[in-house]
Design a protein around this ligand. Sequence first.
Ligand code: BMA
Length: 361
Amino acid sequence: MRRTFVLLVVIMSMFISCSPRQKLIDSLVSAVAEGKFLFGHQDDLMYGHDWTAARAGDSLFLRSDVFDVTGCYPYILGLDLGGIELGSECNLDGNDFGRMKAAALAHHERGGVLTFSWHLRNPLTGGDSWDVGKGDAVCSVLPGGSRHEMFVLWMDRVCDFLSGLRDEAGREIPVLWRPFHEHTGNWFWWCASECKAEEYNELWRMMYDYMVGTKGMKNLVWVISPSSSWINEFAERYPGDRYVDVVGLDCYSPTAVSIEEASVGFRSELAICFDILGRFCSEHDKILAFCETGFEGIPDSKWWTEVLAPAIDGVPISYLLTWRNSNDIANKDTHFFCAWPGQKSEDDFREWVSAGRAKML
Ligand code: BMA
């Protein structure tokens, strides 16, 4: 009887350790063990500084600003599901969801990793994620709240998209799922300024229980990513070890100050945040990450090697993702976070990548 039980446990653990989800977790852990991290870029295959895959008819998703500069694709492709909750055709930045799925599959085929965030609408006002200060949006979606049923439909739409990501054998593709990010800030309806810590935690647990429990999704690696503001509150705004796999940070080089001040400010902010989150990860046996970063417009031509590299030196992050290179006319010359051909930090970015800590495809 006992032998059968032990055998069953061994077989089950073999099965669990072979799951695509576990393999993704293992690749994060082994990157850290090698002293490296997986490098990511938001919307990398969808568009870049001067191009849009859809407009160019690129259905193979060959183009990438990162590739154009380095000859390698980023290991992680970041995409955002904002807008899917309404059943829209395109996300909030104009990416068609069908094409996002195709890009995700192409990236997976190349051996890459996917991460999804969700800049979803304010369920109470119908405004965007940034529509704050207008009532208890978080409470409204919790069980018993006036928007709960609607929110279940929103989660269904997310589940349909994410469980539709399958390889040729029909197996679900694992993804780093990063909902309700930057929650220690004050700019999204799920932020610290908008709800009590316990309400945020309930929101997260409700989503986890629904997606994993009710819907049976097995391909999600759960990533929580506070912003650097009010980072001290992070331990309170944490749903519990059972609901989280990766703990990361969202933090950007400050703008509206001189390049020198930005460099000093960024380094000291990262030192504080990674000290707190690094200790938290050790105590809770979680994987550390740098979920969003960059210097908007990259006005510092040596930012990668002289600011970013020393600021994360020795910090055991499993991945690092730079935000998007917007290509819409109004923003394209200011709202970008990774180098593109001709951008002033191009050579430095190449040097940073070739130094070898950032894993590429
Ligand atoms: C923000 C900005 C916005 C964008 C949003 C979701 O940080 O880049 O322009 O709509 O992310 O991608």
